[in-house]
Write a protein of this length. Structure first.
Lengths: 159, 756
């Protein structure tokens, strides 16, 4: 099948790639663009490990075709830190031991950042429901929720 | 040089520093199994049986091979013959021979220039099958008329069944276990209450979020390399070499970061296929990444179980006798963890007479793998549920009754060995004092208590440590870091050397860098690699004391190590200012060369870990849905090196157990095909399903470890199954004896009681 040329902006930088029309955005990020931070845990939109934002909207990149992102802006885990300065969520995840194997972590961080952009002061229950699309099998979620709440407080200046 | 580390105040052990691999893992830089690629790499795809049991009549790959860019196809004909025992089982599971034994069993594999092309090619490999009768359920597999899954493999030492299971047929029973002590009949005769019930649990999957992935490369000369997500690179090496008929030392295996394992990544599945394809494709590396559906259909879930338990109890709660008969299927291969389940079943209790009987049964399902405390959760579900019913019947407090029977130091365990220092009583007392245990309960709410047990495993261990020129230390370990091992080992080494935590780098290394290491399994990484690392550090300290002694012109025995420096052991030894690790390391090139430490052994002194869980649930009487309101884990950690990651193990084990209790199961259709092979249908707990999980770290130090460590990884999944069943019984008055306790099952039980 012939490939289609796609131009997009990833983490603020212009990117071009050739996509087979059957390839997902996740395939293109990982296999064509060398951005392997987004993970495939299921390929069916159930685990959230591939979470990215597309024009600011949280999506599973395994449910978006690569050819669909022509002209759109994508943010991935690789763009979350500001240079060498970690996003507060990233820092709090390390401090709270909110990761064990770390495989779900990129997707959860991207999803949590999208939550805090909508609501900087979420209740714990809202964090749990917002992250219900991100599976973690190691932690039981307690420390993840703690880390998100703590990062939110710090970002509000309430910590 | 004398060091006393037990029962002293620690500088670092017990603190909570950031993990050294944290930065890579929050930025997406950490490289997991599927993140690795090589120049000239091909992609592999696997053709799998759509039938539960079928004879393979013909495989025609000509259409696939005709596609441009398809480089190799392998079938069982490409593997050596004549393997025996577990090697044969591994080979048979890697690639079916004459008969496909379960839905998802690999029958062929193809390598091509891209992932999509490999998938296209796999679809064009035509396989003709003759479908055979199949059997899925463990009790069905031992009924008369059940199809023989592997004719001739039945264990004919299994005695003809009299009494208990008169109808049991033996051709699918591959192992029979019996052990015990005391006179159980006499024990039951002395009891005030004897109860016997039957319990069932369904197969569940470890559910690690990272699917299996590897890149394998092998030339015609049998030399090869592999990059793979695994709990044990040496296991991968040995198993792949056996299946392919090559020499283990010619294969170099590098572990990637690992996205969860829970036992499921201690063995091989598609890894030999990547190597076989590479060898056939002229040595080009081949990458294989499983889909989630492949993970669920064709890797190693846990066994399913059917269990009879009988217990005798006095009015005061003292147990007089107990009997367990467990039947478990572990797929179409021997290896259901029925032995381990039986060892743990009554391990928490001092019972005068116990009898254990177990049957390892074949069924047309994937070959089971280890899953966190393999077998123990099922046994605990049966035993702890029955104890709970008996406590209710006798009006006993569940913690009091457990304390009455609890094993203590010096007691002989139900499975033989005598316990050393253990912390079961401490966990029971700790939960009783916790506020969760006295929190008020509302309507339709109930509280459940259960205890669980798991061993620790020592296992082959090899660790190297080297002092760098600037006085920092690098440690090479062979147990992949799944949940913070680099932190815990870094803390222990830094503590021992007397240097900052940040000055130690712990690397998980490939098979060429150390002697054989068993995987990160059996709750052993912090215990075994940690103990070996401490001994290696002590060796390096000995050498550094020697270098200082040489400089000072005194006897090495007159030098001691304190706070990161060598110093004279007393005033008689001479008056010299302390010589720091930095000073010694800087000069080591001229004082005798590199300074290192190395230790390899099968570490002795392994401990074990008891835990007690308390859960409150609310059951909706309209729908049967169970909501977990509060959850408390108390477990003996010996000593928590990095308490956050110990808590993480407790919380993670509880969450997996909650999923197993309430929701997770392998669902098969009447055609023997797995019906729920995606995460939408195989639903693991999500954040909104769970409350915060509270923890109590009980610390009864293990005298067999320099810092008192007990492995903590596995025990936490053992109590949740019965704890939740007990809580549901308390909330509703109905007892569920078949997992999972889904809303329809709970509702049906509530209705049956109302109607009855």
């Amino acid at each position: 099948m012939s490939k289609i040329h796609v131009t997009t902006i990833i983490n603020g930088d212009m990117a071009e790639f050739l996509a087979d029309p059957r390839e997902t955005l996740l395939d293109c990020l990982r296999d064509h663009l060398g951005r392997t931070g987004s993970k495939e845990g299921c390929g069916t939109g159930d685990c959230g490990a591939c979470s990215v934002t597309l024009d600011g909207v949280l999506v599973c990149s395994c449910l978006v075709l690569g050819v669909e992102v022509e002209g759109h802006r994508i943010e991935t885990i690789e763009g979350m830190a500001n240079g060498s300065e970690l996003h507060p969520l990233q820092r709090k995840f390390i401090e709270h031991a909110a990761l064990q194997c770390g495989f779900c972590t990129p997707g959860i961080l991207v999803a949590a950042k999208a939550l805090l952009e909508r609501n900087p002061d979420p209740a714990e229950e809202e964090v749990r429901y917002w992250l219900a699309g991100n599976l973690c099998r190691c932690t039981g979620y307690t420390k993840i929720v703690d880390a998100v709440m703590d990062a939110a407080a710090e970002m509000r200046g309430a910590a | 040089m004398n060091m006393r580390v037990i029962d002293t105040k620690f500088r670092l052990v017990g603190t909570r520093p950031n993990r050294p691999d944290g930065l890579d893992k929050v930025t997406g830089r950490a490289r997991y199994g599927a993140d690795f690629s090589l120049p000239g790499m091909l992609w592999g795809a696997v053709v799998r049986s759509p039938h539960a049991h079928a004879r393979i009549l013909k495989i025609d790959a000509s259409e696939a091979l005709a596609l441009d860019g398809v480089k190799a196809v392998v079938t069982r004909a490409d593997f050596p013959t004549g393997l025996t025992g577990e090697d044969w089982n591994l080979q048979e599971n890697t690639m079916a021979g004459d008969v496909a034994l379960y839905d998802g069993h690999a029958v062929a594999a193809v390598a091509a220039a891209s992932a999509l092309l490999a998938q296209d090619a796999a679809r064009r490999i035509k396989v003709e099958y003759e479908v055979l009768p199949h059997v899925i359920d463990v009790d069905d597999a031992i009924k008369p008329g059940a199809p023989a899954i592997r004719p001739g493999s039945g264990d004919h030492s299994v005695p003809p069944q009299e009494g208990v299971h008169p109808d049991m047929v033996r051709h699918n029973v591959v192992r029979n276990i019996e052990f015990g002590h005391g006179d159980v009949e006499e024990g039951f005769a002395q009891a005030d209450l004897v109860m016997e019930r039957t319990y069932k649990t369904e197969a569940t999957h470890q559910g690690y979020i990272e699917p299996h992935a590897c890149v394998g490369q092998m030339g015609e000369d049998g030399k090869g390399e592999m990059w793979v997500c695994t709990q044990g690179q040496w296991f991968i090496r040995r198993m792949c070499a056996a299946v392919l008929g090559t020499d283990a030392a010619q294969l170099r295996v590098t572990p990637s970061e690992i996205g969860g394992g829970f036992g499921g990544k201690t063995t091989i599945f598609m890894e030999p296929l990547a190597l076989a394809l590479s060898r056939k494709a002229g040595g080009r590396p081949v990458k294989i990444v499983m889909s989630r559906s492949e993970v669920l259909r064709a890797t190693g879930p846990t066994a399913s179980a059917s269990m009879d338990v009988k217990i005798g109890m006095k009015k005061d709660g003292a147990m007089t006798a107990a009997r367990a008969e467990f039947r478990m299927q572990g797929g179409a291969f021997p290896g259901a963890p029925v032995d381990l389940a039986l060892y743990c079943a009554f391990a928490a209790y001092k019972i005068p007479a116990v009898e254990h009987v177990g049957y390892d049964v074949l069924a047309n399902r994937p070959k089971c793998a280890a899953y966190r405390a393999p077998g123990a959760p099922m046994g605990a579900f049966a035993v702890e549920s029955l104890i709970d019913d008996m406590c209710r019947e006798l009006g006993l407090d569940p913690i009091e009754a457990r304390l009455k029977n609890a094993v203590r130091e010096g007691d002989k365990s139900s499975y033989g060995p005598t316990f050393g220092k253990i912390g079961l009583v401490e966990t029971l007392e700790a939960v009783r004092k916790h506020p969760n245990y006295s929190a008020p309960l509302g309507p339709n709410q109930g509280r459940g208590v259960a205890t669980g047990y798991w061993f620790n495993h020592g296992g082959e261990t090899s660790v190297s440590l080297a002092i760098s020129e600037d006085g920092t230390a690098q440690v090479s370990i062979g147990t992949p870091d799944i949940g913070g091992t680099r932190s815990s080992i870094g803390l222990m080494v830094a503590e021992t050397l007397g240097i900052p935590y940040e000055n130690v780098r712990v690397n998980v290394v490939e098979t060429g860098a150390l002697g054989v290491n068993e995987p990160t399994h059996g709750s052993r990484a912090t215990f075994a690699s940690g103990k070996a690392a401490v001994i290696a550090a002590q060796q390096a300290i000995g050498e550094m004391c020697k270098r200082a002694a040489g400089e000072w012109g005194i006897d090495p025995e007159a030098v001691e190590w304190y706070d990161g420096a060598a110093r004279p052991a007393g005033s008689n030894a001479g008056k010299f200012p302390p010589m720091t690790i930095v000073e010694i390391a800087r000069k080591m090139g001229s004082t005798g060369g590199p300074i290192s430490g190395h230790h390899e052994s099968v570490p002795d002194g392994v401990g074990n870990s008891f835990g007690t869980h308390v859960v409150d649930v609310e059951v909706d009487p309209e729908t049967g849905r169970t909501t977990v309101l509060r959850y408390l884990v108390a477990q003996d950690a010996g000593r928590a090196i990095h308490p956050s990651y110990v808590e993480g193990q407790f919380q993670g084990g509880a969450a997996q157990g909650i999923g197993w209790a309430l929701n997770e199961e392998y669902v098969y259709g009447s055609d023997g095909r797995l019906q729920n092979s995606v995460f939408l249908d195989y639903r693991v707990p999500v954040a909104s399903d769970l409350p915060p999980i509270d923890t109590i770290i009980v610390e009864v130090p293990n005298p067999g470890h320099p810092y008192g460590v007990r492995g903590v990884g596995e025990t936490g999944i053992t109590p949740p199954l019965p704890a939740i069943a007990n809580a549901i019984a308390a909330a509703t008055g109905v007892r569920l004896r078949h997992l999972p306790m889904t809303p329809p099952k709970v509702l049906a039980a509530i209705k049956a009681r109302a109607d009855g």
